[in-house]
Design a binder for this molecule. Structure first.
Ligand SMILES: CC(C)(COP(=O)(O)OP(=O)(O)OC[C@H]1O[C@@H](n2cnc3c(N)ncnc32)[C@H](O)[C@@H]1OP(=O)(O)O)[C@@H](O)C(=O)NCCC(=O)NCCS
Length: 150
């Protein structure tokens, strides 16, 4: 199954916030321009969203990955992460970070390696997510040189 992910536009913001809130994910630090965010629209419904927020010229934070409950378990998050990583690689990001309490196993299967929070790169250490929006129990995972899977 393939899905057509599209760049998020300012008009998508309220639907994205609603999906994130329903998914128990932070919204207060959503970037204003939503650059690096992709969404899946199905008619008037926002079925999925996710983004890679650049933290410095080489590092990006994978964030706000959410799929609407009726559409979960069908591979949408997997395909969305493929699309996000492809865009990140094209824009020159060579290190991707993820903070998560829910998808550590999935992230590891995708090549993200857990590292102790004490070893967090400076670029992620200063983010609101690292400093408090994500709980201390959130795992920090890093993937170097992301590339689309073959
Ligand atoms: C996590 C989430 C995005 C997965 O979306 P999805 O489209 O159902 O995921 P997929 O069908 O592509 O499955 C991808 C993998 O994630 C796993 N997965 C899905 N939901 C999961 C969950 N809640 N907890 C743990 N693992 C989960 C699946 O088992 C699958 O692993 P597999 O490929 O080894 O079988 C979705 O459940 C969601 O929106 N959850 C709430 C928000 C959240 O926790 N986001 C992650 C923040 S970093």
């Amino acid at each position: 199954m393939t899905w057509s992910f599209q760049p998020a536009e300012p008009a998508d913001r309220s639907a994205i916030e609603a999906l994130l809130i329903a998914s128990a994910l932070p919204v207060t630090d959503l970037p204003a321009d939503l650059d690096g965010f992709l969404i899946l629209r199905e008619g008037d419904i926002l079925a999925a969203c996710g983004g890679i927020e650049p933290l410095d010229p080489s590092t990006g934070l994978v964030r706000s990955l959410a799929v609407a409950p009726p559409r979960r378990g069908q591979g949408i998050a997997d395909a969305l992460l493929d699309a996000l990583e492809e865009r990140a690689a094209a824009s020159g990001l060579t290190t991707l970070c993820m903070l998560t309490t829910t998808i550590t196993t999935f992230a590891q299967a995708r090549g993200y390696v857990p590292i102790p929070r004490a070893q967090a790169p400076e670029a992620i250490r200063v983010t609101a997510q690292f400093q408090g929006l994500c709980p201390d129990s959130a795992a920090l995972l890093i993937k170097e040189r992301p590339a689309p899977r073959t």
